[in-house]
Design a protein around this ligand. Structure first.
Ligand code: FER
Length: 573
């Protein structure tokens, strides 16, 4: 019996009967037990309308079978379709796979979202299960094959909506199954307006690493893998063929798979493991009941602002925070190219101007840095524009310019190695030497540390901390969600990190007005490295705020509450 099979047996508390059925299916896709499914071929299969939406069957558009659920008459973005999840079958704290096919025909790409609504201690809560950008007229996979129902959840309903639009949409092939069960849906397949569509994914290809199906495993596969990782960080798992992309065979696609692929292409390994080998060696952080900590010793300034800010931290962002609303002006995103002196190349960045941007006014500037293999579009893809726009519209955040640079500063393609890390670290120099002068020339900005903030996610969280702490004369506000290892010398599952600083050097020369680190309660990618930064700051007597997001993940579920807090608190000291 191989390791993967053993893992599967351990993962599900299975009866002897289920063991028998597992044996024949363990190596095929979609292997897990199904708990709930809806094909909408004859009726609404237990789904009902949310808000005033109208549900009907449709026989012209379906993923498979011959019918789908058509959701129309949506007068609010949250109007959609829902199905109750029985507590007998779906248990709080347990992990499941949820998937469905969605189709919208608005003429533009739109986000589609699957959410769990539940009560916990009598309070209504919402937790994102999956978010995907669906192209118009394309059946799109929306899935999360390892979604954990939050502890204490009761009265659960799963719903699907188009969170930023009133478009009609269709749902088909909904499946709730044992965790890690691969989605049955392949984006691009299915029937639209009575016509079958071609599946754009390589078909019948079972060669690991050959993501573009051309028979060769090379840098072009690496580019696809990188895009997939970026998509995953924005909450999507659409269209990933795990038989090809799951390099370590652990049942999901993540950063470790990209590492293995890059090692293979670089000739550092000549085969992919048959079973999970890259388990996290860093233990998950202790989940302390207190989720925020202020270190009292204040080396510079009076620290009053940060102490007051602590009282304003919210572990959960309101569900409306990340949802676009009608009537709100979300400002203007400009994609610009500038010459990077430190990289010796032209680089791109997105610059978000606030609603009513006017050159008679000057605006403070926030830099938002992305995860590894990302670029200037990654953090906009995580919905930051909507978040900032909502808070400005509600008077909860200052009007500001938000800059989304591409961190990798140099030529070549990023990898998991020391040279690449150095090029990521160069974003610190790039911002000061090239981006800031560009902004001063082309935009109406306020300068000075009281008007300059930096934050980021994962690799971007690492660079935001490194930049903000070592250049504290320039940045008054510093944040990080799930910061990745490498500021200090260390070896994790992925690589040896040379380190940029010793732990003793991790100390600002001027105390930031706000320094906020947010970590997921369990982060399978960066382990407890976020906590190591918190501990080093505490050791060095640096005032900062530290929060563990109980239902956080290495992605949107941590980034969203982090941004909710950071955006409301910057530029106000
Ligand atoms: C590493 C672990 C994680 C690392 C980077 C990451 C460069 C970044 C992950 C992410 O951005 O999501 O060892 O080294």
């Amino acid at each position: 019996m191989n390791k993967k099979f053993l893992k599967k047996l351990k993962a599900s508390a299975v009866s002897a009967l289920t063991v028998v059925s597992c044996i024949s299916t363990v190596f095929t896709a979609n292997a897990g037990n199904t708990y709930l499914s809806s094909d909408f071929d004859s009726g609404s299969d237990g789904w009902s309308a949310r808000g005033v939406a109208v549900l009907s069957g449709n026989n012209e558009n379906y993923y498979d079978g011959g019918g789908s659920l058509f959701v129309s008459n949506r007068l609010e973005n949250w109007h959609g379709a829902e199905i109750p999840l029985s507590e007998n079958m779906f248990r709080a704290g347990e992990t499941y796979s949820f998937s469905a096919a969605v189709l919208q025909k608005s003429g533009s790409s739109l986000n589609m979202k699957m959410t769990l609504q539940y009560t916990s201690n009598g309070m209504e809560q919402f937790d994102s299960i999956a978010l995907v950008t669906a192209d118009s007229d394309v059946w799109t996979d929306i899935s999360n094959t390892e979604y954990t129902i939050p502890f204490g959840a009761a009265n659960m309903k799963l719903y699907i909506e188009s969170p930023e639009s009133l478009t009609d949409f269709y749902i088909d092939k909904f499946t709730a199954a044992e965790k890690y069960t691969e989605s049955y849906v392949v984006t691009g397949k299915g029937t639209v307006d009575g016509k079958g569509t071609e599946n754009p994914q390589p078909q019948g290809n079972s060669s690991k690493g050959d993501l573009n199906g051309d028979g060769i495993i090379d840098v072009f596969d690496m580019i696809i893998a990188r895009d997939l990782v970026v998509k995953m960080f924005s909450g999507s798992s659409g269209g990933i063929d795990l038989s090809v992309a799951d390099m370590d065979g652990n049942g999901s696609f993540a950063v470790n798979d990209v590492v293995l692929l890059s090692k293979y292409i670089l000739g550092e390994t000549d085969s992919f493991p048959q079973a999970e080998i890259l388990t996290t060696t860093t233990a998950p952080p202790d989940i302390t009941p207190a989720t925020t900590t202020t270190i009292a010793e204040v080396p510079h300034g009076d620290g009053n602002y940060m102490s007051e800010a602590e009282g304003k931290l919210e572990i959960n962002a309101p569900s409306s925070f990340a949802q676009a609303r009608s009537g709100v002006d979300y400002g203007k995103m400009e994609l610009v190219t500038y010459y990077s002196k430190d990289g010796g190349i032209d680089k791109k960045m997105n610059v978000l101007l606030p609603a009513g941007y006017n050159t008679n006014e000057k605006y403070p500037v926030l830099y938002v840095l992305h995860g590894i293999f990302g670029n200037e579009t990654s953090m906009p893809g995580m919905g930051i524009q909507t978040m900032v726009g909502n808070l400005i519209a509600d008077g909860e955040a200052e009007k500001m310019i938000v800059v989304f640079p591409a961190m990798f500063t140099g030529s070549g393609a990023p990898g998991f190695n020391a040279e690449s890390s150095r090029k990521y670290d160069l974003i610190r120099e790039d911002i000061e030497n090239s981006i800031m002068p560009y902004l001063e020339e082309h935009y109406s900005i306020k300068t000075g540390r009281e008007n300059t903030a930096v934050t980021g996610f994962s690799m971007g969280g690492r660079e935001a901390l490194y930049t903000g702490i070592t250049r504290s004369e320039v940045y008054g506000y510093v944040g990080a969600a799930c910061p990745a290892p490498g500021i200090f010398e260390t070896t994790d599952n992925y690589m040896h990190h040379e380190g940029c600083l010793t732990q003793g050097e991790f100390k600002p020369s001027v105390s930031p007005e706000l320094l906020l680190i947010s970590a997921a309660a369990f982060d399978g990618t960066v382990g407890n490295y976020p906590e190591s930064y918190h501990n080093a700051l505490a050791q060095n007597g640096v005032q900062h705020l530290w929060q563990i997001i109980p239902n956080g993940d290495h992605g949107g579920a941590t980034v969203t509450p982090h941004m909710y807090n950071f955006l409301r608190l910057i530029f106000k000291a």
